[in-house]
Design a protein. Structure first.
Length: 296
């Protein structure tokens, strides 16, 4: 049974900076569980995460979908900056903010992350004791696995941009930018099929760029090593044709989690957001949350 729901704009503050969130509240007899969500590398909530949120809300779950500092509708004076520490702070502050809302059941906290934020929810689930279940979709888990797939040529093409960007640290925040996703074989963080990228982005208000120094964030961050500390149910959706978050390495790491559910989908990194794969995964995520003991 689908539930009617409403969406409202809410704000929370992370280290003094206003972050924007959409709060989806379904019409249920009892206070619903809440799913906290954020996007992957350089994304915003409009990049199809609203589609996931709407389906979760129709299934009876409240959803708190937010933009990181410096992205989308959130404030921040270092636009497009991607920093692991800051993003994890934003997650923590988003969670603590929505848990104070008396319209939801704060004891039933669920997480959903995708791509780079898929790695974040792995880290968060391993380090928090209030998460009841987590979905990590095509999660970024291991730096070396990604480097092996993209190859040395990928690294060498981007090295001059990273060096130039780091030099701007001396004069302030005047970043040297790289495209997040390639359009016509251009140098980018994520080099994927051009037509697929267009379908994924659609009409979203999206800035297709981030500081080149972002690549150094990957060097110091491999959240897959924390799977072994996860005791709560976690669903890992891996993409068999993923050139950004290799499926086999992700699954090998994920098997260390004590209550793991995983599935490998025959698609690439961006295809999982789009029909027909989206229709398959969204139903499986909802069923997983219910099987994990967090029902409507």
């Amino acid at each position: 049974m689908d539930h009617a729901y409403k969406r409202e704009d809410l704000d929370f503050y992370s280290k003094g900076t206003r972050c924007a969130a959409w709060f989806y509240l379904p019409e249920t007899a009892e206070k619903p569980p809440v799913i906290v969500m954020a996007h992957g590398l350089g994304g915003t909530r409009e990049l199809r995460l609203n589609e996931y949120a709407e389906r979760f809300a129709a299934a009876g779950y409240a959803v708190y979908l937010f933009d990181y500092r410096n992205y989308g509708a959130s404030d921040g004076n270092r636009r497009q900056l991607i920093n692991v520490r800051m993003q994890l702070e934003d997650w923590k502050n988003a969670i603590e903010s929505i848990k104070k809302d008396d319209r939801i059941d704060a004891e039933k906290l669920l997480l959903f992350g995708t791509s780079f934020s898929g790695g974040h929810v792995v880290w968060l689930t391993a380090h928090r004791d209030d998460v009841k279940a987590t979905v990590a979709q095509c999660p970024y888990t291991n730096t070396m696995a990604t480097i092996k797939v993209v190859g040395l040529k990928y690294i060498l093409r981007k090295a001059p941009f990273v060096i130039a960007d780091l030099l701007t640290c001396v004069t302030g925040y005047h970043p040297v930018m790289l495209k997040l996703s390639t359009w016509s074989g251009e140098n980018a963080f994520m080099e994927a099929d051009e037509v697929l990228t267009h379908r994924y982005i659609g009409d979203a208000d999206f800035i297709n760029a981030a500081p080149a120094r972002t690549l150094l964030e990957f060097v110091k961050y491999s959240p897959g090593r924390f799977f072994g500390k996860i005791n709560t149910p976690i669903y890992v959706a891996a993409c068999a044709k993923d050139m950004l978050a290799p499926a086999e390495k992700t699954i090998r790491l994920a098997r260390k989690a004590k209550r793991l559910t995983y599935k490998k989908y025959d698609c690439g990194h961006f295809e999982i957001y789009l029909p027909p794969f989206f229709e398959e995964v969204i139903d499986e995520y909802i069923n997983f949350y219910r099987r994990g003991g967090v029902n409507e």
